[in-house]
Design a protein around this ligand. Structure first.
Ligand SMILES: *[C@@H]1O[C@H](CO)[C@@H](O)[C@H](O)[C@H]1NC(C)=O
Ligand SMILES: *[C@@H]1O[C@H](CO)[C@@H](O)[C@H](O)[C@H]1NC(C)=O
Ligand SMILES: *[C@@H]1O[C@H](CO)[C@@H](O)[C@H](O)[C@H]1NC(C)=O
Ligand SMILES: *[C@@H]1O[C@H](CO)[C@@H](O)[C@H](O)[C@H]1NC(C)=O
Ligand SMILES: *[C@@H]1O[C@H](CO)[C@@H](O)[C@H](O)[C@H]1NC(C)=O
Ligand SMILES: *[C@@H]1O[C@H](CO)[C@@H](O)[C@H](O)[C@H]1NC(C)=O
Length: 777
């Protein structure tokens, strides 16, 4: 080849590939996903195949070894490595590679509402999960759920979160039996965490830092512990809610609230998987944690973490990890997110994950504001009558008009606030920082007042000074009183007390993320709702209760709210069910929890939101979980790992699970045997398939169909009566959803709006209920 021909070729190459692409030698982290392990290889052999895969794109074997970050060797087959984009796309072309995912420091928030006002929030408190499960159960025919489940003592449960504070009383192993033989995990030691921090309660602990450090460099020792120890509080709180032991007379908020703190499966064995990075998580770290958890023998995993937006299944490490868990029959329970009430925000939504929304309970420790005019409004103790002032009357002159009532940082005039109780409106800024501002300006207490939009969305929280949070109705009373008192208003914050049955409950938390499911439109999400507001549980003593640097307190227990808190409630129930029914699949356990959930509140009406509006299955899924009913659902909608792979074929992700030969005509997605029904863009009529397996009583049963169709629709089943003669018998049926008058119904439904209904199978004892969501195309 002579020179003149080389030059034009080189130039045209430059035009085809922008120079950046040619020169981009920067290494990033990629997950190279190879599906499942199809043969029995030893971990060393697997590591070798990962190395040789890498060597095919690297210059040398040494370089290949050095670039490997994780090798997933147990259930998940794949690895994480530092690669250039070119190397990554070369690997993506290999036949054995299912997907190559670029890892970025994704915002994976832990699903608590602690941080920002816009994530909204609510009320009730001092909640003893185990006690409440027991109470409900003694009233139910199902008998004593906790007793039947041996309080979960045979179960190994895992939590993927910010670690654990092992000294918390909730994790005492006093009186516990030997660790189950099925346990294969380890107690990984590190900074302030040695082998004696594991015991018969915390049977294992690990931490995952390689993805974090590859990106950010070495972890700053003041930011987090290089060990399973929790610096944040979130992981300790969720672990204690899931499987903490009963601690009586636990106290939070500086002694203000006392109650029993207990997990839902108080004798279950806890395995802790800590991801490092606060609100930023790395896919490769989480995938490594899940791969280990599955291999360690964990039976139920609770994950109160999620991407800050719904992710496609090819990019969603939690979805991939959970699919592998489903293959091993491990139940994965995740929080649905705190981005409500915006529709379409729910995350962690594949059909192999049990997705949880958050609701409020009917009980709380409410303090009382006693206004100077004798009226009482509903929390913190300030027994002396003190002057009361609205923030709007105490704002500094340069504060914009629309923000004077908000108590934003540096907005209050000390001379107007000193010694007073200040009324701060919610709307912008964080709730905790409003308290910090009142304190800075010399106020002695504050009232956190709701706007109309926030309604009854009230929280019990560890503010830095005496505080009470009030509903919108109460806010109006207070504002009216301050006006009428013309500068002489006073108030005191009375001793808090426990209030039961105080409102129609449960009601949905405004922050709880909502459907429709934008990633899996034929799967209705969230699946169920559980208490997620003002939950009392153990906390990290290294983290102030507000997590603010201004806050120097250290506490053993704390209140927290979020779908993060709801998730371990449902995970605990899943563990108890697994103890009672060890042979049930993870799909059967999910089904039992969903079909026995309730859509009614304690007033017999449909569960509402925080403003009193009727809530929908896009908020509560199948309804509020009912531990007392879930052990005896009558029928279950079962599904296998293969069903999920077929679903993925239909979804268009050939090989998403593993190297699986998709049939030419896989069953449509809506035929996945899910315990709820979601039909986007119905064009007149649709018939879907389902099957139910008899798990009730002595095996003889007759179930009758009934339905409440979405408006303008009919819903019919064929057959409409199901006869069973033995336990384990499976019966198929079809469900036809049809618009009564296509044109009229379409108009009524408008563009893409969803309407809801339900259907059920019932015998003399059981009601097996499924919600239906339909939109018209
Ligand atoms: C582990 O650390 C604790 C202090 O946190 C100490 O009392 C204990 O002796 C240590 N145990 C071992 C095995 O090093
Ligand atoms: C609870 O603990 C506090 C101090 O921590 C103590 O004063 C109180 O008597 C205890 N109450 C009960 C019922 O044990
Ligand atoms: C996956 O994430 C990458 C960025 O990391 C993005 O470019 C791609 O579009 C995503 N894929 C899907 C299917 O969402
Ligand atoms: C007040 O108005 C300004 C300017 O219009 C806006 O940026 C700010 O977000 C508003 N604040 C609130 C609390 O609405
Ligand atoms: C406020 O208090 C002052 C002094 O006690 C009194 O003179 C005045 O009448 C009071 N105003 C109202 C509206 O009660
Ligand atoms: C809806 O159904 C009608 C008649 O059944 C058919 O003509 C039309 O093409 C369908 N529309 C879509 C979007 O499938």
């Amino acid at each position: 080849m002579n020179i003149p021909t080389i030059i034009p070729l080189f130039l045209s190459l430059l035009l085809l590939f922008p120079p950046l692409a040619i020169c981009d030698e920067r290494q990033r982290t990629y997950i190279v996903y190879l599906g499942s392990h199809t043969q029995q290889y030893t971990p060393d052999q697997i590591l070798e195949t990962h190395h040789s895969c890498l060597t095919s794109v690297k210059d040398s074997e040494e370089e290949a070894r050095a670039s490997l970050i994780y090798s997933y060797r147990h259930s998940i087959n794949g690895f994480a490595a530092s690669l250039t984009p070119q190397q990554a796309s070369k690997l993506n072309e290999l036949e054995e590679v299912v997907a190559v995912i670029e890892s970025r420091p994704r915002k994976y928030s832990t699903h608590t509402t602690r941080s920002w006002e816009f994530s909204g929030l609510n009320l009730a408190a001092g909640y003893d999960v185990a006690e409440s499960m027991k109470k409900e159960t003694t009233m139910a025919e199902a008998g004593d759920l906790l007793h039947r489940a041996g309080y979960g003592k045979s179960l190994i449960v895992g939590i993927l979160d910010s670690g654990v504070w092992p000294e918390a009383e909730s994790f005492s192993d006093e009186g516990m039996e030997a660790v189950p033989k099925s346990w294969k995990g380890i107690c990984q030691t590190g900074q302030e965490f040695n082998s004696s921090h594991c015991n018969k309660k915390i049977i294992g602990a690990r931490y995952y830092i390689k993805g974090f450090e590859t990106y950010y460099g070495r972890l700053d020792a003041t930011e987090d512990y290089r060990s399973p120890r929790d610096k944040d509080g979130h992981g300790t709180h969720t672990a204690a809610t899931f499987a903490g032991r009963q601690v009586r007379n636990a106290s939070a908020l500086g002694g203000f609230a006392r109650g029993t703190a207990s997990g839902g499966a108080p004798l279950a064995r806890l395995a802790v998987y800590k991801k490092i990075g606060g609100n930023t998580c790395f896919d490769e770290d989480m995938l490594a944690a899940m791969d280990d958890a599955i291999a360690d023998g964990v039976q139920v995993i609770s994950i109160s973490i999620g991407a800050d937006e719904p992710l496609s299944p090819v990019n969603d490490s939690l979805s991939i990890g959970a699919l592998h868990a489903a293959r091993k029959n491990v139940v994965v329970v995740c929080s649905g997110g705190n981005d409500g009430p915006t529709p379409g925000t729910v995350v962690n939504t594949p059909p192999w994950i049990l997705t949880v929304g958050a609701s409020n309970m009917d009980r709380g420790f409410l303090g009382t504001v006693v206004l100077g005019n004798g009226q009482t409004v509903t929390h913190h103790k300030l027994p002396k009558r003190l002057p009361l002032i609205s923030a709007a009357d105490a704002a500094l002159p340069w504060v914009p008009d629309n923000e004077t009532d908000q108590c934003l940082p540096d907005s209050l005039a000390p001379e107007k606030v000193r010694g007073k109780i200040v009324v701060c409106l919610r709307g912008s800024g964080t709730r905790f920082l409003k308290g910090v501002e009142v304190k800075r300006a010399g106020g002695v207490g504050f009232i956190l007042a709701n706007t109309a939009a926030l309604g009854d969305d009230v929280f019990l929280e560890p503010h830095v000074l005496p505080t009470t949070a009030v509903t919108y109705d109460e806010t109006r009373e207070i504002v009216r009183y301050i006006r009428s008192a013309k500068g002489n208003a006073t108030a005191r914050l009375r001793e808090p007390r426990t209030v039961l049955g105080y409102k129609a409950a449960p009601f949905m938390a405004a922050f709880s993320s909502q459907g429709p499911n934008v990633i899996h439109p034929y799967i209705l999400k969230p699946d169920v709702a559980a208490p997620g507001v003002n939950i009392l549980a153990a906390w990290s003593e290294a983290s102030p209760p507000t997590k603010l640097s201004e806050d120097r307190r250290s506490v053993k227990y704390n209140f927290d709210s979020g779908t993060s808190m709801a998730c371990p409630h449902v995970a605990a129930l899943a563990a108890l069910l697994k103890a009672i029914h060890p042979t049930w699949s993870s799909a059967a356990i999910r089904s039992a929890i969903m079909t026995t959930a309730s859509t009614r509140n304690n007033k017999g009406k449909t569960i509402t939101d925080e403003r009193g509006h009727t809530a929908t299955p896009f908020q509560f899924g199948s309804g509020q979980f009912r531990p007392s009913k879930a052990a005896d659902p009558g029928l279950v909608y079962d599904a296998s790992y293969t069903d999920y792979l077929l679903y993925l074929c239909s979804y268009g992700l050939k090989n998403a699970g593993e190297r699986f030969n998709c049939p030419r005509f896989p069953p449509p997605m809506y035929d996945l045997n899910y315990p709820s029904v979601s039909v986007p863009k119905l064009n007149g009529t649709l018939t879907i398939k389902r099957s139910v397996t008899n798990v009730g009583g002595d095996g003889n049963a007759v179930y009758f169909f009934s339905a409440k169709p979405p408006l303008g629709m009919t819903v019919t089943a064929r057959p409409s009566v199901l006869f069973f003669s033995r336990v384990g018998e499976r019966k198929e049926f079809t469900l036809t959803i049809e618009a009564r008058d296509l044109k009229e119904t379409k108009e009524y439904y408008g563009g893409g709006g969803y309407r809801f209904g339900w259907y059920s199978w019932r015998d003399n004892y059981h009601v097996v209920r499924s919600p239906i969501a339909v939109s018209m195309g």
